[in-house]
Design a protein around this ligand. Structure first.
Ligand code: ZN
Ligand code: ZN
Length: 373
């Protein structure tokens, strides 16, 4: 008589455990990290829609005429550098300054250069985006500032990466980063930033290590709501998502009112305003390292990103640009895809965890079998 015949209940438990370890593992579904949990209630905004969706009403407006809301659009263009700061007291007239801003904007984003508020342009203007300007002091870092402009023919073989004025960069290779203590971020969220830093350190000889003190760290990461003291207030859900400063500032600010997706597949999120945290983090780290915006739509440094979109893989344009500043990581194999490809799918984290639980379950089941023999 075997032990399993003597103790049929133990035998059954073992079988059940083995089955559980294979089929009923805990799975992770996408969830939303609301970074504003640590921000006092009275500071929270109740914005639930894109602050720029209003611009849809301006589609079809013509030069030389007057429309309610054009002054607001001019403020938008000024914020991102398309209308000089010397101009103020905007009117609702569709004047030359607006037409010029539109042309430059269309050129930078590879749109048809019409100088008009056509649907294609308006649909692009309302997209969520990085809060850093595309043009600083009249100097464009995108298509419009390039002498070898190819936007009209839509040829993307020319590099479009850009730098801040004076090409500032870090003068050391071992950088540290820390999080704003008041945000009380979970390890899960911090891991997203770690992955984002890894994408850059794969191609350049810099290292990024998490530190405890935000004051002592080279790069300080914080989620803020609305006005947060640097003259660049955040605007609630969508609109501007984050902004960051050139070296050696190291300030990395994210809009605490966004619906940041930390795990799972952002593309299948039920929330239309879901924004992928890692995608935005990879972009902002590009700024922190010295890159400006790029007109290459596939690049990480392209200024806009739609909600429910994941874009975390460095494009050749990003890699060429950052390697001009820092050189290549000696271990980098020259491929823009192989080193980070496994991190591309949103569900990969869940798969990894599931594998771990499979292993633990199997070990437990094996232990029970040993006990029975
Ligand atoms: Zn940006
Ligand atoms: Zn800020």
């Amino acid at each position: 008589m075997t032990r399993s015949q003597q103790y049929p209940h133990l035998f059954m438990i073992t079988i059940i455990l083995i089955l559980l370890s294979i089929n009923s593992v805990p799975s992770i579904s996408a969830h939303f990290f609301h970074s504003n949990v640590s921000i006092p209630e009275d500071l929270l905004k109740n914005a639930t829609s894109n602050p720029w969706s209003f611009f849809h009403q301006l589609s079809g407006c013509h030069a030389g005429e007057k429309y309610d809301g054009l002054a607001k659009l001019k403020s938008y263009f000024q914020y991102f550098g398309y209308i000089p700061n010397s101009l103020s007291n905007f009117t609702d007239d569709f004047d030359d300054s607006l037409e010029s801003a539109l042309r430059t904007y269309q050129q930078n984003f590879n749109l048809n250069i019409t100088g008009q508020l056509d649907d294609q342009t308006v649909n692009h203007i309302v997209r969520p985006r990085c809060g850093n300007p595309d043009i600083v002091n009249g100097s464009s870092s995108m298509n419009s500032g390039k002498t070898h402009n190819t936007s009209s023919s839509h040829v993307h073989t020319v590099s479009h990466y850009s730098f801040f004025t004076g090409m500032p960069r870090w003068r050391k290779q071992a950088l540290t980063y820390a999080f704003l203590p008041g945000n009380q971020l979970t390890d899960e969220v911090k891991t997203v930033f770690s992955r984002a830093f890894d994408r850059w350190s794969t191609v350049i000889p810099l290292t990024f290590t998490q530190a405890d003190s935000i004051n002592a760290a080279d790069i300080g990461i914080g989620f803020y709501s609305g006005d947060h003291g640097d003259g660049e207030p955040f605007d609630g859900v969508l609109g501007t998502l984050a902004h960051s400063f050139s070296p050696p500032s190291g300030q990395f600010h994210l809009d605490g009112d966004e619906n940041w997706v930390v795990t799972g597949d952002v593309r299948t999120s039920s929330l239309t305003t879901a924004v992928d945290l890692e995608s935005v983090a990879v972009h902002e780290i590009g700024h922190l390292l010295g890159l400006g915006h790029s007109s290459v739509e596939e690049s990480i440094m392209y200024p806009t990103i739609s909600s429910r979109t994941k874009k975390v893989e460095l494009a050749d344009d990003d890699i060429q640009g950052i390697q001009v500043l820092y050189g290549s990581n000696p271990n980098y194999n020259g491929s823009s895809t192989t080193s980070v490809q496994e991190k591309e799918t949103g569900s990969s984290g869940a798969h990894r965890l599931r594998s771990r639980w499979d292993l633990i379950g199997l070990i437990m089941a094996f232990g029970f079998v040993l006990l029975l023999l």
